[in-house]
Design a protein around this ligand. Structure first.
Ligand code: APR
Length: 349
């Protein structure tokens, strides 16, 4: 994506007027960063320990925290949690010699022992954030709870982590997800980018709501079928023509995203904590020509709104088809799902 100077002063005003919000639609101020390393070295206000019900130390991250933090942590566990801690609950102790101020211990479900209630895993993150709020902590570091000795599948453990953190109202503004190895790092990355395609589609709807009806999407699958892709561009007569022969826009006039890029969108990032408003700001910044026209196009905006409702209802991504290789008319919501949606109306000439 070549850097685009905003030559048109009026356009520059419009882009500037949009502003590039730092807070999202849900008001969440939380920012999530990934770290590959040892959580005992992270200088967050609080670090989270994946403990067991007895709260007397153990292996994995539990062992690392007790070793690095020293005996005062165990002493605090014994005095504050004489009966240990229930699965899904959280409680705090001193951090001893660690750079953090507190350790927030939580007990994840033991998947290997048949504890597969995902609500208990979600509760660990929610309760840890509640305890952080009680402490007045503004930064917190999490390991991937239950994904080690307790055997929870890493990708789902990471999805539970990021979706719970992104949807929990908290005074914490900085969350660090600490991966001890590359596989855990990739699981966190995949979890964070899980909603990136949907956020991009929702960002285009925000542009329409702001009066920029020329914003168009052209979604499809990679040749391997492994990755979903989308081009976002200003309307041209070729993309989404009435005759159904849809062709992607010229590359220099489009923002192109593939799920292989995870959270990277043009020169920015879009992850589960990015609101559709912030996505619209990013799209406008990366492709100011999206704002070049204020021409109204109600038929397209209505068509697009209907498409997005299907996408959100089925939690499935749209794939544009051209009639010449697909005898079914229209686009598909969910590749191979058979859920069809009509071709987009031709752009206003
Ligand atoms: N820093 C960051 N992450 C770590 C560290 C560390 N120093 N050590 C391990 N991890 C990671 C693991 O790679 C895994 O991704 O923490 C995640 C959770 O793994 P475990 O520590 O094994 O915790 P869990 O799967 O929840 O099992 C808890 O294991 O250690 C015992 O006493 C603990 O019985 C409890 C059980």
């Amino acid at each position: 994506m070549t850097e685009r100077s905003i030559s048109d002063p009026d356009l520059a005003t419009r882009v500037a007027a949009i502003g590039f919000g730092a807070t999202g639609q849900n008001g969440s101020m939380v920012s999530i960063d990934l770290i590959l390393g040892d959580i005992t070295t992270v200088a967050a206000d609080a670090i989270v320990n994946a403990a067991d019900n007895q709260m007397r130390g153990g292996g994995g991250v539990d062992g690392a925290i007790h070793r690095a933090g020293g005996s005062t942590i165990l002493a605090d566990c014994v005095s504050k949690f004489p009966n240990g801690l229930a699965t899904g609950d959280a409680g705090w102790t001193t951090a001893g010699n660690l750079p953090a101020k507190w350790v927030i211990h939580t007990v994840g479900p033991n998947y290997s022992a048949g504890e597969t209630d995902r609500g208990l895993l979600v509760s660990c993150y929610r309760r840890a954030l509640e305890v952080a709020d009680e402490l007045g902590a503004r930064s917190i570091a999490f390991p991937l709870i239950s994904a080690g000795v307790y055997g929870w599948p890493k990708h789902d453990a990471a999805l539970a982590a990021v979706e719970t953190i992104a949807s929990t109202s908290t005074s914490v503004d900085s969350v660090k997800l600490v991966a001890f190895d590359e596989r855990t790092l990739h699981a966190f990355e995949a979890g964070l980018s899980h909603r990136t395609p949907l956020r991009l589609l929702q960002g285009v709807r925000v542009l329409h709501d702001r009066g920029y009806h020329a914003a168009r999407v052209f979604p499809g699958m990679s040749a391997s079928g492994m990755y979903w892709r989308v081009s976002i561009s200003p309307a041209t007569t070729s993309a989404g023509g009435q005759d159904g022969h849809v062709t992607p826009p010229a590359s220099d006039q489009a923002i192109r995203y593939s799920t292989s890029s995870l959270r990277e969108v043009a020169s920015g990032t879009v992850d589960i904590t990015t609101s559709p408003e912030d996505v619209a700001d990013l799209l406008a910044r990366e492709l100011p020509t999206l704002l070049a026209s204020r021409a109204e196009d109600p038929p397209y905006v209505e068509w697009y709104s209907g498409l997005l409702q299907l996408v959100e209802r089925h939690d499935a991504l749209p794939v544009a088809y051209a009639d010449y290789f697909d005898d079914e008319p229209g686009w598909e919501v969910g590749w191979g799902s058979g859920i069809r949606y009509p071709h987009p109306p031709a752009p206003n000439a």
